[in-house]
Design a protein around this ligand. Structure first.
Ligand code: PMP
Length: 451
């Protein structure tokens, strides 16, 4: 038995994997990874895979990054973790100061959790609780976009909108107000992203006008609905939304869990609209992809609405055991050091342009409806009929064919539905981008051959 299959056998006897129909592994090989180095993962038989999706969009500067490793090694000698209620530590103080500096103006307070979904839960509870502390107890509802995704815990699932994940659990979920997404895939032929996005804002305006008295907040993924098939829209939506939220007295929650830390071309996606949300949610790339950590960064006025004598019971009594974990905060600081010391955003501009060039021919592919890009996220939508934009039935699992082909060729691509995308670590080389693009093109050819 080779080393891979030994691990696979033991795994399948004891592990239940996330987001997986486990029966698939009767025929779909599970891949045990022995080590990672830069953009490369290596299995127990020595086969290498280019991590083109940054291990679920978390890795920014490569696996086993020497700078993050060194910082973590030092932190490990000092303090691995301490309760964050009543106690604090150097890494969480420094990280909070730096996050306040680099996030949009007006965001002054950092509340930590340990994964993206938990940050969504925190923001939802905090917004509701803020209005309650202000005497506005009729505000109990949230506005969300169709095709949005905010995580898997019940609150996060409720404010999300991807049927595949949500439908089964609907009886358990709070009711939300759902507004049609500005998704530019739905624009008229020849229409600009900006024009379509502006037009779609009318739906949001109407919902706010009708419901603002009962609404705590609008929650959105700025610029890219990642889990919702990498659908994209123009920054003008964020500008219009900020203005409308102010006008109607409703919070704006920007879920930058996937979009943040340079993915869309700027450090934060909100920067492209020059806006500051009331709550900015960060996770994934926050620790460079090393350790689970998330943070809700919010405004002073919101913080102050909870600040009172204990007996008023206005405090935000939410907690997680690993809140503000010292190792995770240290990994985040090392990640921010890399952003500060290397000209990451400018270098990404060149990489993003190269990614765009590398798949330019796929725009003419008869089974690719669209190639779209926001910075370091590039997506290609496979369709049954390009002219009518008719999707392949989901049951055909065409994306899975691309996944399997790419693995054979040593690239980890993991399409969402029929959308093949690149979201690589920022240390990827031009030659590696070309490999990724070649393999994606082959995979798309293979997957779109008539069944
Ligand atoms: N929000 C967005 C925009 C996400 O993309 C994700 C994860 N894909 C989450 C929230 C949930 O984060 P986590 O998986 O860490 O709970």
């Amino acid at each position: 038995m080779n080393a891979n299959s030994d691990f696979v056998k033991r795994d399948l006897a004891a592990v239940w994997h996330p987001c997986t129909q486990m029966k698939d592994h009767e025929w779909l090989p599970l891949i045990p990874i022995r080590r990672g180095q830069g953009v490369w993962l290596e299995d127990f038989d020595g086969k290498r895979y280019l991590d083109a999706i940054s291990s679920w969009w978390v890795n920014l500067f490569g696996h086993a990054n020497p700078r993050i490793n060194t910082a973590l090694g030092r932190q490990l000698q000092e303090l691995e973790h301490v309760i964050l209620a009543g106690f604090t530590h150097q890494a969480v103080v420094e990280l909070s100061e730096r996050l306040v500096k680099i996030t949009p103006p007006g965001l002054t307070r950092c509340f930590y959790a340990d994964n993206g979904s938990s940050a969504v839960e925190v923001a939802v509870k905090m917004s509701f609780h803020y209005w309650r502390n202000c005497g506005k107890t009729q505000k109990t509802r949230f506005i969300t976009l169709t095709n949005s995704y905010h995580g898997e815990t019940l609150g996060a699932l409720a404010v999300g909108n991807v049927a595949l994940y949500k439908e089964t659990y609907r009886p358990l979920l709070m009711d939300v107000i759902s507004v049609t997404s500005p998704d530019c895939y739905a624009r008229e032929a020849g229409e600009s992203w900006e024009s379509h996005t502006r037009k779609m804002f009318a739906h949001m305006e109407r919902a706010l006008e009708q419901h603002h008295d009962q609404v705590c907040a609008v929650i959105i993924e700025p610029l890219v609905q990642c889990a919702g098939n990498m659908r994209m829209y123009h920054p003008v939506y964020l500008e219009l939304l900020r203005e409308a939220c102010d006008r109607y007295g409703v919070h704006l929650i920007a879920d930058e869990i996937a979009a943040g830390f340079g993915r869309t071309g700027t450090l934060f996606a909100c920067e492209q609209a020059g806006i500051a949300p009331d709550f900015m949610l960060l996770s994934k790339g926050l620790t460079g992809g090393y350790l689970p950590l998330s943070v809700v960064v919010t405004r002073e006025e919101i913080y102050q609405a909870f600040y009172d004598d204990y007996a008023t019971l206005r405090a935000f009594l939410h907690s997680h055991s690993y809140t503000g974990n010292a190792l995770a905060c240290r990994a985040a600081l090392a990640t921010l050091d890399i952003f500060r010391d290397d000209d990451v955003i400018a270098q990404n501009r060149a990489l993003a342009a190269h990614m765009g060039r590398s798949v330019v021919q796929l725009a003419d592919h008869p089974q690719v409806a669209e190639v779209r890009q926001h910075g370091m996220i590039l997506a290609m939508e496979m369709v049954k009929n390009k002219h009518k934009r008719q999707p392949y039935p989901w049951q055909e699992r065409r994306g899975l064919t691309v996944y399997q082909h790419a693995l054979q060729r040593g690239v980890l691509l993991r399409p969402v539905g029929n959308v093949v995308y690149f979201m690589p670590p920022y240390i990827i080389k031009e030659s590696e981008i070309e490999l990724m693009a070649r393999v994606a093109a082959e995979g798309i050819d293979l997957a779109t051959r008539e069944a």
